[in-house]
Ligand binder design. Structure first.
Ligand SMILES: Nc1nc2c(ncn2[C@@H]2O[C@H](COP(=O)(O)OP(=O)(O)OP(=O)(O)O)[C@@H](O)[C@H]2O)c(=O)[nH]1
Ligand SMILES: [Mg+2]
Length: 263
């Protein structure tokens, strides 16, 4: 499918922060975001965190008309929280939607760089640890291996040029999100990020990677689990098989057509 011509209002930005037990992080990340990109609005999508993150978010929202809160029933994974956040933002006409973790790994001060790439013409921008200029701080070697390995696995199966397929610090034009059938996305864990970039590329959208410095969380607990890694492995492998079979079928058809023409 050809890339759509976009009429998105690029100065109308919504940053979505999914939270589950981020009471030690949510206030500082919100403050930093407000300072770094003062015109942007923030939506905190909280899954009824037992540690009271939702109440802190309510207080932040009551003090600041640029901060909004979505209270969700219970823990459903970051994919579901982002999808609900995207729909909320698209319904309200935001032109650019950003995914941003609460735990300090994504640095609000680097968001202007992502938005600049959107304004320069990208349909989707990925903050990337694994392009030149990108880096990780305080990450254990084991996490780096999982992340680099996951991106390599994805690139090999799907044949995509993206170096940091699993990265979660991303900016999307509204038209990109409208053009990638969000209703069909079923990925729950960080495979969600691969799902979206794969859909964007398949639909002909221009994806650009911008280097970021990714910082290991200082406070609170990671929600990464074996289940999340297994989900990503299974889904990318299935997409890869489908993709490679499609390539083989097309190749076979072309060969047959050429054969017909020759006879
Ligand atoms: N609403 C919601 N947010 C979630 C859920 N799971 C994780 N998050 C949030 O998604 C963001 C990323 O989660 P992390 O636990 O940092 O996962 P990660 O970044 O893959 O793993 P680490 O690098 O180990 O921190 C954080 O802001 C979490 O609070 C969930 O089920 N629901
Ligand atoms: Mg994290």
């Amino acid at each position: 499918m050809a890339r759509m011509t976009s009429q998105d209002a690029l100065d109308s930005v919504l940053v979505i922060i999914p939270t589950y037990n981020e009471s030690q992080n949510i206030e500082s990340i919100t403050t930093r975001l407000r300072r770094a990109v003062p015109d942007a609005h923030i939506l905190i999508a909280d899954d009824n965190s037992p540690d009271g993150t939702g109440e802190i978010a309510d207080r932040l929202a009551s003090d600041d008309d640029h901060v909004h809160v979505m209270h969700r029933k219970g823990k459903e994974g970051l994919g579901a929280a982002y999808l609900a956040g995207f729909h909320w933002g698209l319904d309200r006409g935001y032109g650019v939607l950003v995914s941003h973790d609460a735990d300090g790994s994504h640095q609000p001060e680097q968001l202007p760089r992502l938005l600049e790439a959107i304004r320069a013409g990208a349909d989707m921008v990925k903050g990337s640890r694994w392009v030149s200029g990108g880096s990780v701080v305080n990450w254990p070697k084991s996490r780096e291996l999982i992340s680099r390995g996951g991106s390599l696995w994805t690139r090999l199966w799907l044949g995509i040029p993206v170096k940091d397929a699993t990265g979660g610090f991303n900016a999307y034009r509204a038209s990109t999100l409208r053009g990638i059938s969000l209703d069909e996305v079923a990925s729950a864990g960080y495979c969600f990020q691969i799902d979206l970039v794969w859909r964007a590329l398949k639909n002909g959208f221009r994806v650009v990677e911008v280097p970021i410095e990714f910082v290991e969380r200082e406070f609170g607990d990671s929600k990464m689990s074996r289940h999340i890694v297994v989900e990503a492995l299974i889904r990318t492998t299935l997409w890869g098989i489908e993709h490679r079979l499609g390539q083989l079928t097309r190749l076979g058809r072309r060969t047959l057509t050429r054969g017909d023409g020759a006879s």
